[in-house]
Design a protein around this ligand. Sequence first.
Ligand SMILES: NC(=O)c1ccc[n+]([C@@H]2O[C@H](COP(=O)([O-])OP(=O)(O)OC[C@H]3O[C@@H](n4cnc5c(N)ncnc54)[C@H](OP(=O)(O)O)[C@@H]3O)[C@@H](O)[C@H]2O)c1
Ligand SMILES: *[C@@H]1O[C@H](CO)[C@@H](O)[C@H](O)[C@H]1NC(C)=O
Ligand SMILES: *[C@@H]1O[C@H](CO)[C@@H](O)[C@H](O)[C@H]1NC(C)=O
Ligand SMILES: *[C@@H]1O[C@H](CO)[C@@H](O)[C@H](O)[C@H]1NC(C)=O
Length: 318
Amino acid sequence: MLTFLVVVGVVVGGAYIYRHVVVKGKRCTSKAKLHGKTVIVTGSNTGIGKTTAIDLAKRGARVILACRSKQRGEAALEEVKRESGSSQVVFMQMDLGSLKSVRSFAENFLKTETRLDILINNAGVYMQGRTEDGLGMMFGVNHIGHFLLTNLLLDRLKECEPSRVVNVSSVGHNFGKIDFDCLNTHKALGLGTSFTAVAQVYCDSKLCNVLFTHELAQRLQGTKVTCYTLHPGAINSELARNTSSVLQTLLIPVTAFFFKNTIQGAQTTLHCALQEGIEPLNGHYFSNCTVREVYAKAKDDAAAKKLWELSERLCGLA
Ligand SMILES: NC(=O)c1ccc[n+]([C@@H]2O[C@H](COP(=O)([O-])OP(=O)(O)OC[C@H]3O[C@@H](n4cnc5c(N)ncnc54)[C@H](OP(=O)(O)O)[C@@H]3O)[C@@H](O)[C@H]2O)c1
Ligand SMILES: *[C@@H]1O[C@H](CO)[C@@H](O)[C@H](O)[C@H]1NC(C)=O
Ligand SMILES: *[C@@H]1O[C@H](CO)[C@@H](O)[C@H](O)[C@H]1NC(C)=O
Ligand SMILES: *[C@@H]1O[C@H](CO)[C@@H](O)[C@H](O)[C@H]1NC(C)=O
């Protein structure tokens, strides 16, 4: 009997510690205040984008919620204002799956706002399909939309230096590869719709994020604009909403125990956006609020340059 109780005690205690230490992860410990600073968070109507926006608003930043749906964006605007107690929060419509929409967002933003101190490229999708411009959905939204946005806002970031760009990637980038032939012919990272094909394209799009951060860091040398990319952790968010209902059901018990909530999930983004003194780590990849080494393919200068040039052509910047 005693042995049984000890075993139960160890299992329950172990599970508790696992959930509250390992899964929860580190917190962003920066005490930075952001009065007078302006921040953009893409995809901030839900998930970790929303909790990131609330935290930054609490610190006094003027926060621009860049979201594709007017209805969801305006609902989030009320919530972010209420939760943060700040009135310095603005909703501005932007669909990353439309180059036209990204351009008009940037134009509108540059006209109506005077500063940009932190750009957080957070939005992401997990589904196949095509964007308005005929690009593969995950390549178009997770990569090209943010590529164009970042480039259109770069001069404003330089004017406001020291400033930062933060790219939310994923640990999945480790499984990514970039098929330049497929990109050149189909403007997509892959065309399959099977479970594994979709997962592969998601990982590929996240490798694009890491390579971009690498190339951007090189291009920004000599300025005080720095950029970071990161894995936020496995988070209980809406990301899986367009996967099969079987998978969503299977995920419920897993997410309940092994996944972070959206406040815990925002901590590494906040670390990259706020932590004092990380500028020497310009272009690096973070996870659990800690800088991490990446595989050679994620810091491949030639691939990063090739992807940059292809991206310029695809969004009409070249
Ligand atoms: N959840 C995880 O475990 C996990 C792990 C690693 C990395 N990540 C990354 O973390 C980031 C945030 O994801 P999340 O977990 O918070 O997911 P989420 O709850 O699904 O939120 C994603 C956000 O992106 C927005 N978005 C999607 N397509 C868009 C478009 N075309 N234009 C503008 N916004 C668009 C969504 O807007 P709508 O609501 O209008 O669709 C939503 O606000 C993503 O980049 C994701 O890849 C997540
Ligand atoms: C995150 O870091 C904390 C503190 O160092 C550690 O206890 C925890 O296990 C880490 N979690 C993961 C998922 O690496
Ligand atoms: C973020 O990723 C996007 C898309 O991959 C890229 O266009 C942009 O330059 C990146 N920015 C930074 C700072 O890494
Ligand atoms: C994705 O899922 C959301 C929420 O369940 C739904 O409203 C939307 O129509 C889906 N989109 C596609 C293309 O399946």
